[in-house]
Design a protein around this ligand. Structure first.
Ligand code: PBG
Length: 329
């Protein structure tokens, strides 16, 4: 009774914070190297390293340099990469996206040859490959849904044929997971998982990526297919549909400003949840760090850990290689 009478608290949360060893012992969430997926951008040519000005530290790389970077990342502890391609030519129907000798297909083959243990995921979308920059087939100023599905499915199959371990559709057409699943199964790739960008918002946070991937829409925007930032419950409906259609991993994109959605997906569904720590989030950290305004290492590790705490099992992040290096220090 003495403590109550004298006004001292019985419960003192600070007891568990006093010593580092105990803080480590009672920590609820952990960031691990295997949580992170490292994105890479493949361009045509040989020995090409094009720095992306809005994303310091990120470069477009020709396939020979993609291989070097992938091997280097693997040695640093990166377990998985996600490959994006920028084709030599773009057209109405995104021919480069499903070309068996296309840029991503070549990059996948070369990376799997050089480093078979590295898990290779491919982004499945048409926007880098279309001359209008939209994620589907266009007619009369509209992005057509059903005609786009066949092209997306062909793209996914061509990635699997090149040796991709997993495909990740990011286009947001209705029914694309089902179309991709059917085509993969028909082609004998029933073991290749689909990580669906199931709740992908129409976001200004993708700005720097569009420089990296040269994928800005030439007219209009992506609001007729990507989700409205004002919606939350819609993310559950979108994700439920993708699960019905056979996806294996669900995703929220962007990350930081959408961690409430990560939490809702985690609590609603029993599939692994991925989150995309997108280009704009990366660039903001890099810009502030370059000014000396923030501690890049601490901020980055805190952001990634916060994504785990929100409910993410996997994080796609341009910080992946640095973060793993910092984790291991
Ligand atoms: C392609 C795609 C985009 C991103 C990943 N896949 C851009 C977009 O939808 O415009 C964004 C990634 C990032 O910003 O880091 N559809």
């Amino acid at each position: 009774m003495k403590h109550i009478l004298s006004g001292y608290p019985i419960q003192r949360p600070r007891r568990l914070r006093e010593k580092a060893v105990l803080r480590d012992m009672v920590r609820e969430f952990h960031l691990r190297p295997e949580d992170l997926i490292y994105p890479l951008f493949a361009v045509p040519g040989k020995d090409v390293v094009n720095p992306v000005s809005s994303m310091p530290g990120v470069c477009q790389l020709s396939v020979d340099n993609i291989v070097k970077e992938a091997v280097d990342a693997y040695k640093a502890g990166v377990r998985a990469v996600e490959l994006f391609g920028i084709p030599p030519e773009k057209d109405e129907v995104a021919s480069g996206a499903y070309d068996p000798n296309g840029i991503v297909q070549e990059a996948v083959k070369a990376v799997k040859d050089a480093c078979p243990e590295l898990y290779v995921i491919t982004d499945v979308c048409l926007c880098q490959y279309t001359n209008h920059g939209h994620c589907g087939i266009v007619n009369g100023g509209c992005v057509l849904n059903d005609p786009s599905l066949d092209y997306l499915a062909r793209t996914a199959v061509s990635h699997a044929e090149a040796g991709a371990d997993m495909v990740a559709p990011s286009d947001m057409m209705d029914g694309r997971v089902g179309a991709i699943r059917d085509s993969l199964d028909e082609a004998g790739f029933e073991g290749v998982p689909i990580m669906s960008y199931s709740a992908k918002y129409a976001s200004a946070f993708y700005g720097p990526f569009r420089e990296a991937a040269e994928s800005s829409p030439k007219w209009g925007d992506r609001r007729s297919y990507q989700m409205d930032p004002g919606n939350s419950t819609e993310a559950l409906r979108e994700t439920a549909l993708d699960i019905q259609e056979g996806c294996d991993i669900i995703m929220v994109k962007p990350g930081l400003a959408y961690l409430d959605i990560v939490r809702r997906l985690k609590e609603t569904f029993d599939l692994p949840v991925a989150v995309y720590n997108v280009s704009g989030e990366y660039s903001m950290v890099k810009a502030a760090a370059a000014q000396g305004w923030i501690d890049e290492k601490r901020i980055t590790l805190e952001i990634l850990l916060s994504m785990k705490r929100a409910g993410a099992d996997l994080i796609i992040s341009y910080h992946a290689k640095d973060a793993i290096r910092w984790m291991n220090e």
